[in-house]
Design a protein around this ligand. Structure first.
Ligand code: NAP
Length: 279
């Protein structure tokens, strides 16, 4: 019997996983480009993570996305970790190499930046300080990306201040930590404003930081994409700011993984957005 080439498998592991939009996204791209492959959501409990990563490559998986709660723990298991994943302290994209080694990368920061470049082409990150609300996992990826593109100053406030202080230790003197109650002051003269908290997400409290100091020249973006137009974006838009929603970040962070696993760089466009929104 002749050996047929294996159909590449990829997927996403998390716990829970039912809410993930990644299967709809990758499924759309596979169909669009006529690629024989599959992308599968897998609910993997933390205690089963190591075993799952031993088995998946043997089953024909060429790589996977990793989401909550495994993004940090995966670094203890991966064999090769990119510098940016190490700096961020989390990975979201794995490649199962032919030599058996697991390669871990973090594409959230690149996805964040690509979303802004695509949807606010005139935005100049070096024009002034960035104000970052939140200091969770997503904030670490955003801050690494902001530093990489040369943002001159990063102001950060988090409800739990020590988490923001820890970011300053990890990312250096470009960061200034503000108390959460003083967070509105970060907006003064800020060229870029980013909500990386889960405030504003459907089912959570709204983002209600007063925006009096927000300048109309600022670019305002929210990592929350459900709803697409958050309270923050609606208010910022009414002040004349350029606003960018968080869905594009989700789409762009997925593109490098798709390319590595399935051999085709996917386009992120309106049809892609619609496919994910209607899923
Ligand atoms: P995380 O590590 O759990 O961090 C959550 C952040 O939200 C922390 O800064 C937390 O502050 C803050 N927060 C939660 N509830 C709050 C409240 N009631 N008041 C003030 N701050 C509050 O989560 P994450 O992975 O960074 O994700 C954060 C958000 O970004 C989520 O909505 C997620 O869906 C979104 N996200 C979007 C993308 C995308 O592609 N668009 C990618 C990644 C994440 P404390 O430290 O005080 O708890």
């Amino acid at each position: 019997m002749t050996d047929l080439p294996r159909i590449p498998l990829a997927g996403v592991i998390g716990h829970p996983i039912a809410h993930s939009r990644s299967p709809a996204l990758h499924g759309f791209w596979l169909k669009r480009y006529g690629i024989k492959g599959h992308y599968i959501p897998m609910d993997v409990a933390p205690q089963d993570l190591r075993q799952a990563l031993e088995i998946l490559p043997k089953l024909g998986f060429v790589g996977i996305n990793v989401t909550i709660p495994h993004k940090e723990a995966i670094l203890q298991i991966a064999d090769v970790i990119t510098d940016r994943a190490a700096l961020i302290g989390a990975a979201n994209t794995l490649i199962f190499r032919k030599d058996g080694r697991i390669h871990a990368d973090n594409t959230d920061g690149a996805g964040f930046m690509a979303n802004l470049r695509q949807n606010a082409p005139h935005w100049n990150p070096t024009a002034g300080p960035a104000a970052v609300f939140g200091a969770g996992g997503a904030a670490r990826a955003v801050i690494a990306a902001l530093i990489e593109v040369g943002v001159p100053e990063i102001r950060i406030a988090n409800r739990t201040r020590p988490r923001a202080e820890a970011m300053r230790v990890d990312f250096g003197a470009k960061l200034t930590v503000y108390d959460w109650v003083q967070a509105p002051n970060m907006l003064e003269g800020a060229a870029t404003v980013i909500n990386t908290t889960s405030l504003g997400m459907s089912g959570k409290s709204d983002f209600r930081v007063p925006l009096d100091a927000l300048e109309k020249t600022a670019l305002v973006t929210d990592l929350v994409y459900n709803p697409l137009k958050t309270h923050l974006l609606i208010e910022a838009e009414s002040k004349g700011c350029t606003v960018v929603d968080g869905l594009g970040m989700l789409l762009h962070q997925a593109a490098p993984g798709f390319e590595r696993w399935f051999g085709h760089r996917p386009e992120v466009d309106e049809a892609t957005r619609c496919a994910v929104l209607s899923a």
